[in-house]
Design a protein around this ligand. Structure first.
Ligand code: 2PG
Ligand code: MG
Length: 423
């Protein structure tokens, strides 16, 4: 038996960054034993792969013992004997075993953890870096899109927009970009504390501050101040990005945002105005998850000068992505492996994006862990962009720190697209 042959896939329940249970998978061969952890979203899209939760008394219903059992009792016997370096075959076997099209039998949390662990094990046994195992050339480090003001479901404020990000893309390398973004984060802390008091620097789920703002413009204005106070120019070294996660403030044709009730036509106009007032380089889920037409209208209006990203809209799903491409909705996709359930399917969605001129931003979830697989996926895809929250909380910085190591390892071969990663 080759040392690449899977001998067993084990699993256990561990905790994520929000203190909820999540699935850890352990892929074993005669030579190695490799673990990986599935992340978990809060503002989940309706069309995502199913995250299997026990729904019993333990952990308020959030236990994942069923998913853990599925790994041990269903996935393990199916993958036993397979070549761990053939991730496509492993992922295809899990998709076939699940058989539902949305991982509702095995649990997308079970399959994501196994897919991550198998990818890592394959890299270790081939004696190469994970990003090399996943992508043949893989020399491009991503721009870190840092969520420094948290709202929506990730914080306890009135801010409806979920994420206000800084995008330090006007610098020459990943490490410089991370430094500049982190300096702005610290500067923002000072600006907020001074103007709004110490309560304003409490942080949300993704490490960004959660001040008592009521409107998007308040958040964007303070970001401009913080960028300048750190010694940088908005729209030069540092741009802004937003994830509205608009399904969370949409109901029956009406968006409730910034103290107003807006129709879909009005919310499109609202974003067009914002894009003229601020150096906004990327806007994610500006409309609700079924708003392909509205997304197409916004893309026609501003898509030539900024990125419009589908997250809940596309859910890393090749089928929904094709619908978006056909209707010219958006010009970029957010890539989250657990939305579709396997690394291979997520990477296939990314390839479809590249074939149609869509950008890809690799993303963490709001519930994360010490697992850093997404950092390697971003490098493997050479998509040039990642979002992993603020440069605070170890589950966020773990990914940025992994990218620092990759950059150092690549040495003079490391590339950085900077602003060119966006358009
Ligand atoms: C998002 C993500 C990550 P969640 O909406 O893009 O920032 O949030 O994981 O809660 O879906
Ligand atoms: Mg999102």
């Amino acid at each position: 038996m080759s040392e690449l042959t899977i001998t067993r896939v084990w699993s256990r329940e561990v905790l994520d960054s929000r203190g909820n249970p999540t699935v850890e998978a352990q892929v074993e061969t005669d030579a190695v034993l490799v673990t990986a952890i599935a992340p978990s979203g809060a503002s989940t899209g309706t069309f995502e792969a199913l995250e299997l939760r026990d729904g019993d008394a333990r952990y308020g219903g959030k236990g994942v013992q069923k998913a853990v059992r599925n790994v041990r009792e269903l996935i393990s016997p199916r993958l036993k004997g397979m070549d761990v370096s053939d991730l496509k075959a492993i992922d295809a076997a899990m998709i076939e075993l699940d058989g539902t099209g949305n991982m509702s039998r095995l649990g997308g949390n079970a399959t994501t953890a196994v897919s991550y662990a198998a990818a890592k094990a394959g890299a270790i046994l081939k004696g190469i870096e994970l990003h090399e195992h996943l992508g043949s050339s893989s020399k491009v480090l991503p721009v870190p899109c840092m969520n420094v003001i948290n709202g929506g479901k990730h914080a306890g404020s009135n801010l409806k927009i979920q994420e206000f990000m800084i995008v330090p893309c006007g610098v020459p390398s990943f490490s410089e970009s991370l430094r500049v973004g982190t300096e702005v984060y610290q500067s923002l802390k000072g600006v907020l504390k001074k103007s709004m008091g110490p309560m304003s620097i409490n942080v949300g789920d993704e490490g960004g501050f959660a001040p008592a703002f009521d409107t998007s413009r308040q958040a964007m204005d303070v970001l401009l101040k913080a960028i300048e106070a750190a010694g940088y120019a908005p729209g030069k070294e540092v741009y802004l990005a937003m994830d509205a996660a608009a399904s969370e403030f949409y109901s029956k044709g009406v968006y409730e945002l910034d103290g107003r009730k807006m129709s879909s036509g009005e919310i499109v106009d609202f974003y067009v105005s914002l894009s003229k007032e601020y150096p906004l380089i990327s806007l994610e889920d500006p409309v609700q998850e079924e708003g392909f037409q509205d997304m197409a209208e916004l893309t026609a209006k501003v898509g030539g000068r900024m990125q419009l990203v589908g997250d809940d809209l596309f859910v890393t799903n090749p089928q929904r992505l094709r619908k978006g491409i056909d209707s010219k909705a958006g010009n970029a996709m957010l890539l989250k492996v657990n939305q579709i359930g396997t690394v291979s399917e997520a990477m296939r969605a990314a390839e479809i994006c590249f074939d149609h001129g869509y950008n890809v931003m690799v993303s963490h979830r709001s519930g994360e862990s010490e697992d850093t697989t997404i950092a390697d996926i971003a490098v493997a895809l050479e998509c040039g962009q990642i979002k992993s929250g603020a440069p605070a909380r170890t589950e966020r910085t773990a990914k940025y720190n992994r990218l620092l190591r990759i950059e150092e390892n690549l040495g003079s071969k490391a590339k950085f697209k900077g602003r060119g990663a966006f358009f």
